[in-house]
Design a protein around this ligand. Structure first.
Ligand code: NOJ
Ligand code: CA
Length: 680
């Protein structure tokens, strides 16, 4: 299936992305000078001069190092590649030339955590050539922002490196201390793990993003940007260096990592740096390292809140497959549509509408177009349209990727013709053909092809069991949200997610991009359906997550009967899904976090804690001067506890101005959600 046809990026489209301020300086350096004491190399600094990258050749081996305010972040770390047929490209290099330039633009995302994003960096491009025959060439491009560093490798078109099979990328990250780290284990097929907090030396192999805190109080996140046609990167402990990690790419079944043809670019390797945890959340570095939009008319791309026939299956009230408890019936769908229409919820997701669920795990189980007999797709969509509600379609592949690719055009055509604007896709289980991994290059290509194809059909995407986000939504803003973390569903299946998990996500997984976490569960223990399972949170915490965990397609996940007539549902009705401004108020990774976001003149605050009760304050100085706001506060009570009394909450109102500081008392596993509306 064609995956590479572009959607017509044109000059007008580039103009649309915002105001390009300057393209100031191009300096040609030949084997440039030395700016850090004791290091011979080529230096490039961030616009604010605090971050510095030095490139060096040590005995012909490319190395980079990173410093912040002259403290070491990454010690000299080598870079290189091995190939199946060609000799390795690791050593014997000479610098042919190096070029630096400054870039500064401000662009307007179609949706996001802020309405404008500044993309400001200094770039160093180093062109290397092997001194001996065959004299192959490789360029390394560094971009140094105030909030971090990205670097990528480019292999120019050349006779001695044409079609290649890369067997390893060996980018080292040698850290300057045994930092406290938060990571999930390297897993070529899933990011659905709890985080481990521990010293860096305990990491054997991890997925990215990996987040760290240094002894000096700096916060680092290691990830990648613009993963387009390459294998996903995990990081493994370096041999003989306990504080060093080295890139380890997800393999193809034949053992190779990346198949390509020059000219070829790798994704960016990213190191975000912040002086406090909130700096990682507020950083736009990953988006900035992606290309401008490839979609000319983005008017159909609309953030939205949704409910769905979904949680009911996870807690065994309903089934995906046919039978007495089939969830996706025409009548049930209409009930959900009615509820959405009454409460201003833009969309309804319906899972289990199509045949195939009875053959779960088998190749060719789904055709993605045939509804079960008790579900009239056309009637349901027409009913939804009549009530001003959108339907979110569902394509579970069960890992049958060839089957999905075969039927994709037909399945997307059906949705487009019916006026279904968004699709949730799923890749649960091992990939067919067996041996391919979710995070290998073959699947990276598949995920990208589906995004491009969806864009052609005017469809927005919410991908479960996805490839990790690396900022692609800047280029394809129809790629709205994805899973790629342990979401709410784990509470329905097994021991679930401890409250701490949600206080780690904003500083780790969310650095990559939006998350379809599916929060908003009011019936915390759902004893009627699964007495042995429960959500590990208070009701106020579930509301706060809608602000804390950003997603432009945000699910209120509970059964609608648990929302009906519930006063706390008013928060879900009013909370926006697209923001003009985002500010982290306070946070410690794994302990608590408070985030304030603005949409127009209204502000919303979400605050959550781990298993410990906490008193936190919110200085309201971000509010507009001279304005009085009504603060509607959804809070835990003094008796609330996620273990014993999770649903106890109170809703109160008070008038506030930017001179006020609110004190929030959070219960164990608790939270607080606040809507601040200007008083009229
Ligand atoms: C796992 C997904 O995370 C979940 O949201 C979905 O309901 C099931 N797979 C079935 O597709
Ligand atoms: Ca999942």
């Amino acid at each position: 299936m064609a995956g590479s046809t572009r959607l017509g990026l044109c000059d007008s489209c580039r103009r649309l992305i915002g105001k390009v301020f300057t393209l100031v300086l191009t300096i040609l350096l030949l084997n440039g000078g030395c700016m850090r004491p004791g290091v011979e190399g080529i230096t490039v600094s961030s616009p604010d001069s605090r971050l510095e990258v030095v490139f060096t050749l040590i005995d012909g081996v490319p190395h980079y190092e990173v410093g912040y305010d002259r403290a070491d972040i990454v010690l000299p770390s080598s870079m290189g590649f091995t190939f199946r047929r060609e000799p390795p490209m690791k050593t014997g290099f000479t610098v042919e030339r190096s070029v630096t330039r400054t870039f500064d633009e401000t662009w307007t995302p179609v949706w996001g955590q802020r309405s404008e994003i500044r993309n400001h960096y200094n770039e160093l491009a180093v062109s290397l050539r092997e001194e001996k025959q065959p004299g192959r060439r490789m360029d390394i491009i560094f971009r140094v922002f105030d909030d971090g560093v990205g670097f990528r490798y480019e292999f120019p078109d050349q006779a001695d490196l044409k079609d290649f099979e890369m067997m390893s990328e060996e980018t080292q990250f040698t850290f300057a201390g045994d930092h406290t780290a938060w990571w999930t284990p390297a897993d070529f097929d899933s990011y659905e793990h709890l985080y481990t907090e521990g010293p860096l030396h305990r990491i054997k192999a991890a997925n990215t993003p990996i987040t760290m805190k240094t002894e000096d109080g700096l916060y680092l996140a290691i990830h990648e940007a613009d993963l387009t046609d390459y294998a996903g990167m995990t990081l493994s402990r370096m041999k003989g260096e306990v504080l060093g990690l080295v890139s380890s790419l997800v393999p193809w079944p034949d053992g190779s990592r990346v198949k390509g043809t020059t000219p070829f670019k790798t994704p960016w390797r990213t190191i975000q740096v912040a002086t406090w945890p909130g700096g990682l959340v507020e950083s736009s570095l990953i988006l900035n390292l992606n290309g401008p939009p490839m979609i000319e008319d983005t008017s159909w791309i609309k953030p939205m809140k949704y409910i769905g026939i979904w949680w009911g299956m996870h807690i065994d009230k309903y089934t995906w497959h046919t039978g007495d408890r089939h969830g996706a019936t025409t009548n049930n769908a209409m009930r959900y549509i009615d509820f959405a229409a009454r409460h201003g919820i833009q969309a309804v997701l319906i899972e289990g509408w199509n045949t195939g669920w009875d053959r779960w795990g088998q190749e060719g189980a789904y055709d993605h177009v045939t509804p079960y007999p008790d579900f009239d797709l056309k009637q349901v969509v027409e009913y939804a349209h009549g009530r001003g509600v959108a339907i979110i379609g569902h394509h579970e592949t069960g890992g049958d990727v060839p089957g999905y690719e075969k039927r994709l055009d037909e399945a997307f055509t059906l949705y487009r013709d019916l006026g279904i604007p968004a699709v949730k896709t799923g890749y649960a289980g091992a990939i067919f053909p067996r041996g391919y991994h979710h995070h290998g290059q073959w699947m990276v290509r598949h995920y990208r092809m589906v995004v491009e194809q969806a864009a052609r059909y005017g469809l927005m995407l919410d991908v479960h069991e996805p490839i990790k986000d690396t900022g692609i939504s800047r280029t394809y803003p129809n790629m709205m949200t994805r899973e790629g973390a342990r979401g709410t569903e784990y509470n329905a299946w097994e021991s679930g997610n401890p409250p701490e998990h949600m206080t780690i996500l904003p500083f780790t997984r969310m650095v990559a991009g939006p998350l379809d976490f599916t929060s908003g569960i009011f019936d915390i223990t759902f004893d009627e359906y699964k007495p042995g399972n429960r959500v590990h949170a208070t009701l106020a915490n579930q509301l706060a997550l809608m602000v804390v965990l950003y997603s432009p397609v945000q699910m209120a996940a509970d059964l609608i009967e648990n929302y009906d007539g519930h006063p706390a549902f008013a928060f879900i009705e009013t909370v926006p899904v697209d923001w003009d401004e985002t500010r982290v108020v306070n946070g410690e990774i794994g302990d608590y976090v408070t985030i304030a976001r603005r949409s127009g003149a209204e502000w919303f605050v979400g605050s959550i804690t781990d298993e410990n009760a906490r008193v936190l304050s919110v200085d309201l100085k971000f509010l507009a001067p001279g304005t009085t706001y009504i603060a509607r506060i959804y809070a835990d009570t003094p008796d609330t506890d996620f273990r014993t009394n999770p649903t106890a909450h109170e809703i109160r109102e008070q008038e506030v101005t930017r001179e006020d500081v609110l004190t929030m008392e959070l219960a164990p596993g608790g939270g607080q959600a606040i809507a601040l509306m200007p008083k009229t």
